[in-house]
Design a protein around this ligand. Structure first.
Ligand code: TRH
Length: 390
C-alpha cells in the first residue's frame, strides 16, 4: 500500500473531479460521494465539475440547477461549461468514467509547470483482470502528461470501494434503534412496519420480472410493502395495478402487497432507506455498493451493456458474493439474480429465495464486515495521487 506523505506543513493538493452524466444517476452519484468524502475526511479542497445539474439536484436537493458555481457540503460545484473553465488546473485531476477532459484544461495542465496526478476513475468490477490493470499508466500521445487508471474493486490489488469512515457504525446504530427508524418512516409519511411485514425497496431498470414479483407478493402469506422511487418500474405498476399514471405519493394494494411510490431521496436518506428495509433491489454501481453496506439481503440489476458484456461482470460478483454461502442458498440466489437480469429460463423465485432469509441476512452482515476490512477507495485514491505528485 502506498503511504500518504503530506504533513500539516505541506500544502494539501487541490482536486478537480470531472463528471459527465451518460444517463441515470450513477456517474454523478459516485463523484458526489467521493467529493464529499475528500472534504469531510481528508480536509481537501475539491471542485466537482458536472454537465448535468438537474440529475445532480435529484440526489442533492441543495443544488440550484441554474447556478454555474455553488458550494454544497464544502465542495465547490461547477457547471462543466466553456464559460466556466478558465481556471488554474488542480493538482489532482479526476476524469470519472473516461469522461474526457476539455482540451483547454489539458493544455492548461501542460502549461502550469507543476506536477499533476491525472486519474481515470473507472467503473467498479469484480472481475479478476482488474487487479493487473489497476494503477497502470497511459502516457499522453503528444503531451508530457501521464494518465493513470484507477479501478475500484473487491480484491486487495484494486482501488477498493467507496465507504465513509463511520458508515457501518451509523448503519448499526440506525438498525438497532427503533426510534430512529420510526422517525425515518414518519419523515417519508409512511407507517412503521407491522409485525411480520416484509419491507422491500426496489430500484431497477425497465424490468418485466417485477410483474412476477408483484404477483408472488400479492398472493403470498406475508404482508409486503414495496417502496419504489418515482420513475422506476412505472410500466409494471401500470400493468399490474391498472393505474394509468402512477406518480410520487401513490399507494397501490393487491392481496398482501402494497406498493408505495417514493420521491427520489437525498443520497444519505436513500442510504437510510436501504438500512431500514428487509430486502433491497438495487442497480448500476452506487446503489449496489450501498446495499452491501446496508448489510441486508439484496439483489442487483447490473447496467445492461451491448452484446451481453455485463454478464461476466455479474457472474464475477456472484462468484465472490456466494463463495461463503451454503450450496443450497447459492443454488437459489444465483438463478434469482440471473432471472432478475433477464437471463434465467424462468421468473425469479421469491418464495424459494425467502426460505433462505436467515442465511441471507447473516451472510449480508458478514459480507459487509469483511469488505470494510479493506482500505476504502477514497483513502486509496488520496495515497495513490499523493505518490504521483511527489
Ligand atoms: O442510476 P444508475 O442506474 O447509474 C448507472 C450506473 O452507475 C452505471 O454503472 C452507469 O454506467 C450508468 O449509471 C451510466 O444506478 P446507481 O449507480 O445506483 O446510481 C444511482 C444513484 O442515485 C446513487 O448514488 C444512489 C442515488 N439515489 C438517491 O440518492 N436517491 C434515490 O432515491 C435513489 C433511488 C437513488
Amino acid at each position: 500500500m502506498e503511504q500518504e506523505t503530506s504533513t500539516s506543513d505541506t500544502p494539501r493538493p487541490s482536486w478537480d473531479i470531472f463528471s459527465a452524466v451518460v444517463d441515470n444517476y450513477g456517474d454523478i452519484g459516485v463523484c458526489w460521494r467521493l467529493a464529499r468524502q475528500l472534504v469531510a475526511e481528508h480536509d481537501l479542497k475539491v471542485r466537482l465539475w458536472t454537465d448535468d445539474l438537474i440529475s445532480f439536484q435529484k440526489i442533492n436537493p441543495e443544488i440550484d440547477s441554474l447556478l454555474p458555481v455553488q458550494v454544497s457540503r464544502g465542495v465547490e460545484i461547477r457547471q462543466w461549461a466553456e464559460s466556466n473553465l478558465a481556471v488554474e488546473p488542480a493538482d489532482v485531476v479526476i476524469e470519472a468514467f473516461a469522461c474526457e477532459l476539455p482540451a483547454a484544461y489539458v493544455a492548461a495542465m501542460t502549461k502550469s509547470g507543476r506536477r499533476h496526478a491525472w486519474i481515470n476513475l473507472e467503473y467498479l468490477s469484480a472481475e479478476g483482470w482488474v487487479d493487473s490493470h489497476h494503477g497502470l499508466p497511459s502516457p499522453h500521445p503528444r503531451l508530457p502528461l501521464i494518465k493513470y487508471f484507477f479501478f475500484p474493486g473487491f480484491s486487495p490489488g484494486t482501488g477498493g470501494v467507496l465507504v465513509e469512515k463511520n458508515c457501518l457504525e451509523q448503519r448499526a446504530l440506525f438498525q438497532a434503534d427503533i426510534q430512529l427508524r420510526t422517525a425515518f418512516w414518519q419523515k417519508l409519511g409512511i407507517l412503521a412496519p407491522e409485525k411480520n411485514e416484509v419491507r422491500i425497496s426496489l430500484f431497477c431498470y425497465g424490468n418485466n420480472s417485477a410483474l412476477s414479483l408483484f404477483s408472488d407478493w400479492a398472493k403470498g402469506t406475508t404482508p409486503v410493502t414495496c417502496l419504489i422511487p418515482d420513475g422506476v418500474a412505472m410500466t409494471q405498476i401500470t400493468t399490474f395495478f391498472g393505474a394509468p399514471h402512477p406518480v410520487e405519493g401513490n399507494l397501490f394494494k393487491k392481496g398482501r402487497l402494497m406498493v408505495r411510490i417514493l420521491p427520489f431521496l437525498e443520497q444519505d436518506n436513500y442510504d437510510q432507506l436501504l438500512w431500514a428495509c428487509n430486502f433491497n433491489f438495487v442497480r448500476g454501481e452506487d446503489s449496489f455498493i450501498r446495499a452491501q453496506w446496508a448489510a441486508r439481503p439484496m439483489v442487483w440489476q447490473i447496467y445492461p451493456q451491448e452484446a451481453g458484456a455485463h454478464w461476466p461482470k455479474l457472474r464475477a460478483f456472484l462468484d465472490r458474493y456466494c463463495a461463503d454461502l451454503p450450496h443450497a442458498t447459492t443454488a437459489v440466489l444465483t438463478p434469482f439474480f440471473e432471472a432478475w437480469n433477464g437471463g434465467g429460463a424462468g421468473a425469479p423465485d421469491w418464495e424459494g429465495l425467502w426460505r433462505h432469509r436467515v442465511t441471507l441476512e447473516k451472510h449480508a452482515q458478514e459480507w459487509a464486515n469483511r469488505l470494510i476490512k479493506k482500505e476504502d477507495l477514497t483513502t486509496n485514491l488520496v495515497n495513490f495521487c499523493n505518490n504521483k505528485l511527489k
